[in-house]
Design a protein around this ligand. Sequence first.
Ligand code: KIV
Length: 294
Amino acid sequence: MNASLESTSATPYGTLPPTATTALRKPISLPRLLEMHARGEKLTMLTAYDATFAAVADAAGVECILVGDSLGMVCQGLSSTMGVSLPTMCYHIESVARGLRRAQATAWLIGDMPYGSYHESREQALRSAATLMQAGSHMVKLEGGGWTADTVRFLVERGIPVCAHLGLTPQTVHALGGYRVQGKTPESAALMKRQAHELQDAGATLLVLEMVPAALAAELTQELKSCATIGIGAGNGTAGQVLVLHDMLGINLGKMPKFVRNFMTDAPGVKEAMQAYVAAVKNGSFPDNTQHAW
Ligand code: KIV
């Protein structure tokens, strides 16, 4: 847990998330995340798109907050993530960063590179990534393998930490033929492994594996040494887990993915639901055998 919670403050709009004395809280850094992984502690990540939810997630002990381009679907009502722009990402990253600052939070903030913001050239990717870092990100995330390795290396060499993303990559959903499990055939599994190693060699330090068979995700997690895997619909053999906030709160407007657990079911409030998520990831009870994507 990244917080020892001490106080709450009432405002005309309700009670702000508890804050902790700074002395008791140590900011989450990349080396710290990798140390936690090295000693076998599971990493927790949740998406958040605004100041309050981000601060509550931090207070609940979530280590990594992802301002995902899933905000296009859950906040903007789009049918895919492809319509999300760089200014929109910046707006939400700035909101989350302000919320975390105000709550004296310690979470590691990851900003998603939106569709089209890194595809043209390494230079375009650097400009987009710099914009997200200036908005308050500590790390950027980009989707795909192959050509992206060169871009990842270019960003990492310039001091921008990168989280990669393989498996079901929503920005290429049309090319993949829908939101379906990736890496099921021996050929596609071998390709994903090769791409994961290339991304690690390029300097990616986190790797989201979305809708990937559990055995493949677990193998990759064991093989990669300087890059920690974060699963979503990828079984429980990954170094950590991520969920979309609205999914784990049971307020998804569409069809709930099979791998999601609604943590609000047994919780009296949002913070408690997030605490239950953190506890379940840490003790390995989420995901269980029924919570996968296939
Ligand atoms: O955009 C997003 O929220 C994501 C997560 C689902 C990993 O990429």
